[in-house]
Design a protein. Structure first.
Length: 250
């Protein structure tokens, strides 16, 4: 019986390009293309907590909604406790979703290896020929990889689909990262408020955003000054717009 080809009438190189795109879609984070993992989750939570509190603080302060320190602590304490749980749970959910996509991709690739070994050999040959392997050496490399289905699966995931399983953190680890980031942000904002009830929260929020932007530049090797300035500019635009709209409505 003729086995159905998974090339779908495409040549090997076209199939490899399509496979690499599927691998990228399966491995990327749901909230963007930032570097994945618990460090990214922590940094994301650190920054977003500061921004959320900054905007909320502007509205509450300018509309004079809370008149005593006790009311302020109850209001923001309740909000931040819920936000802390939300960010942690969301990071875990994102992690599980990503692992589910990767697991589905692994199962699809495993079936392809079992049902179409000759086509997998063609893909491997094209991949390693592009790396500079030729002749007898190329054949020996392909023979070694094809002799072990487990090793072949890992190679096809990394070489064909561009997916590295080592970069996938456990969802609970990502949730812990988000919890830590959110908690640190809360502590910094609280210290800022205790030092200066009027301006401490605003200053603390900008310090947190500055640190968060700097962390991203180190992780993703970006231009430090440019990235930090853009982040601060965006937050300044957002907070000042919120301030003026609040003034307008009051």
């Amino acid at each position: 019986m003729h086995k159905k080809s998974h090339f779908n009438k495409k040549d090997v190189l076209e199939h490899l390009k399509e496979a690499r795109l599927r691998g990228h879609e399966a491995s990327q984070e749901d909230h963007g293309t930032e570097s994945p993992g618990y460090v990214s989750s922590a940094n994301d939570a650190l920054k977003e907590t500061a921004i959320a509190v900054l905007l909320l603080w502007i509205v509450v302060h300018e509309l004079d909604l809370l008149t005593s320190r006790k009311e302020i602590f109850i209001f923001f304490g309740s909000f931040l406790f819920g936000y802390l749980l939300w960010k942690s749970a969301r990071s875990a959910t994102i992690g599980w979703s990503r692992l589910s996509r990767l697991n589905r991709l692994m199962n699809e690739e495993k079936k392809e290896i079992e049902s179409n070994p000759e086509e997998e050999r063609e893909e491997l040959t094209a991949l390693y020929r592009a790396k500079g392997f030729t002749g007898e050496l190329l054949e020996r490399v392909i023979d070694v990889l094809m002799s072990d289905d487990h090793k072949l699966l890992l190679v096809m995931l990394e070489e064909e689909l561009g997916v590295s399983l080592e970069s996938c953190d456990h969802p609970l680890k990502q949730a812990l990262g988000a919890f830590v980031g959110c908690f640190l942000s809360i502590c910094t904002l609280l210290i800022g408020y205790l030092l200066s009830p009027l301006y401490g929260v605003v200053i603390a929020a900008y310090v947190i955003i500055l640190i968060s932007a700097y962390i991203v530049t180190k992780i993703e090797r970006l231009n430090s000054l440019s990235h930090v300035i853009w982040n601060l500019a965006i937050v300044f635009l957002t907070s000042t717009t919120t301030y003026f709209f609040t003034k307008l409505w009051s």
